[in-house]
Design a protein around this ligand. Structure first.
Ligand code: COA
Length: 333
C-alpha cells in the first residue's frame, strides 16, 4: 500500500483585477453590500488570451517544476471544472495536449466547488493501489463570461472570479505522511438550488432561444443564496469532523484548514463552529472571489508560499458546492 504526497503546488490568476468599484460601473450593486455579505474586495477576470485549459497549464507548470518532474513523466491528469472549454471533449485532454504529456489518461471531474477535493481523491486512489506513481490534479474556472450582471443575477455575479490551481501528487511508502483520507458526498435533491441549466442536451430543438439568453434566462447560473449558505455551513463542519474521526484526530490537531472559498461569512461560520483560531484558517476570497474548483488549490498554494504550512503539519481541505456535493481531505505534510 502506498500513500500520495503533494510534491508541488501552483496557481495562475489572470492579470485583470476587477474591484467591487469596477462592478458598480456595470451593475446595480455597491462595494459595501458585497463586502458585508461576502467579504470579497476584488476578483480576477480573464483576458482574451486566457482559456480554461491554458490557465490550468500555467498553474500545472509551476506545480510540476516545484515537484521536480517533467510533463513527460506524468502518468495521470484529473481535471476539475464546471466551466470547460468545450461541451466535449473535456478540458483534461486539452491540458494533456498543451503540456505535451504522453498519451496518459485525462479524467474530467464535474463536482463544482467540491471538484478539486473529488479530483484529489480520484488521483489518490490510483496512487494508493500502485497503478500510478504520480498524478496532476487541477481545478480551473472561467466564470466571468457566463454571469448575469442584471438584477436577476447580481447576488451571483459579485461572488465569482476566474483562476486555476494545480497539485502534483507523488507516491510515497511512508504511511505516516501525505493524504491520510478523503471523504466525498452528494445529495442531488437540491441540484437546481445552485445550477446552470443551459445549454442542455435535454432541451428540445431549437436548443437555444432568445429567452434563454436574455437577463434572468437559463444561460446564466441560478442560486438560492440563503439555502446554499445554510447547507454549506452544516455540511462543511460535518465533513471536517468525519475526516478527523476517521483518523482518530481532534479539531485541535488541525494546523491549517483551507476551506473552499465560497464566501468569507461561510468560512467564518465554520471556524466559529469548530472553535479554530484565525491563525489556523486560510482565506484569500477577499482577493479572488469564489473560483469554484480552483479556489482550494489557489488558496493551498498561497498558504504554502507564505510559509503557513510546515513539514509534519496536519492540513484539512474542505468544500461544498452545487450538486449539492461536499468533501474533505486530511493531509499530513
Ligand atoms: N448588490 C446589492 N444588493 C443585492 C445584491 C447585490 N449584488 N444581490 C442581492 N441584493 C439584494 C437583494 O435584491 C435583496 O434585496 P431585497 O431585500 O430588497 O429583496 C437583498 O439584497 C438580500 O438578498 P439575499 O439574496 O437574501 O441576500 P443574502 O443576505 O442571502 O446574501 C448571498 C446573498 C449570495 C451573498 C448569500 O446568500 C450567500 O453568500 N449565500 C451562499 C452563496 C455561496 O456561497 N455560493 C457558493 C457556494 S459554493
Amino acid at each position: 500500500m502506498k500513500r500520495s504526497k503533494i510534491a508541488g503546488l501552483g496557481y495562475y490568476v489572470p492579470s485583470r483585477v476587477v474591484t467591487n468599484h469596477d462592478l458598480v460601473q456595470i451593475m446595480n450593486t455597491t462595494h459595501e453590500w458585497i463586502v458585508e455579505r461576502t467579504g470579497i474586495l476584488e476578483r480576477r477576470y480573464v483576458s482574451e488570451e486566457d482559456k480554461n485549459y491554458t490557465m490550468a497549464a500555467q498553474a500545472s507548470k509551476t506545480a510540476l517544476e516545484r515537484a521536480g518532474i517533467s510533463p513527460y513523466e506524468l502518468e495521470l491528469i484529473v481535471y476539475a471544472t464546471l466551466s470547460p472549454d468545450y461541451q466535449f471533449p473535456g478540458s483534461g485532454v486539452l491540458l494533456q495536449r498543451e503540456l505535451k504529456c504522453r498519451t496518459i489518461p485525462a479524467i474530467d471531474i464535474r463536482a463544482q466547488c467540491s471538484g478539486f477535493v473529488y479530483a484529489l481523491s480520484v488521483a489518490d486512489q490510483f496512487i494508493r493501489t500502485g497503478m500510478y506513481q504520480n498524478a496532476l490534479v487541477v481545478g480551473s474556472e472561467i466564470h466571468s463570461y457566463g454571469l448575469d450582471y442584471s438584477d436577476y443575477g447580481r447576488h451571483i455575479a459579485v461572488i465569482f472570479g476566474d483562476g486555476a490551481g494545480a497539485a502534483v501528487l507523488k507516491a510515497t511508502d511512508n504511511l505516516q505522511e501525505g493524504i491520510l483520507s478523503t471523504h466525498l458526498h452528494s445529495d442531488g435533491e437540491f441540484a437546481e438550488k445552485l445550477a446552470l441549466l443551459s445549454p442542455s442536451f435535454s432541451c428540445k430543438p431549437p436548443r437555444i432561444t432568445e429567452e434563454m439568453l436574455s437577463p434572468g434566462g437559463s444561460f446564466y447560473p441560478v442560486m438560492d443564496g440563503p439555502f446554499v449558505f445554510k447547507n454549506a455551513t452544516q455540511r462543511f463542519c460535518e465533513v471536517i469532523l468525519e475526516a478527523l474521526q476517521a483518523n482518530q484526530l481532534r479539531v485541535e490537531d488541525i494546523d491549517l484548514l483551507v476551506p473552499h472559498q465560497a464566501n468569507l461569512r461561510i468560512s467564518q461560520a465554520i471556524q466559529k463552529q469548530l472553535g479554530l483560531p484565525d491563525s489556523k484558517v486560510f482565506n484569500n476570497i477577499q482577493k479572488y472571489g469564489n473560483t469554484t474548483a480552483a479556489s482550494i488549490p489557489i488558496a493551498l498554494t498561497e498558504a504554502w508560499e507564505a510559509g503557513n504550512i510546515k513539514d509534519g503539519d496536519l492540513v484539512c481541505l474542505a468544500a461544498f458546492g452545487s450538486g449539492f456535493t461536499w468533501a474533505s481531505a486530511l493531509i499530513r505534510w
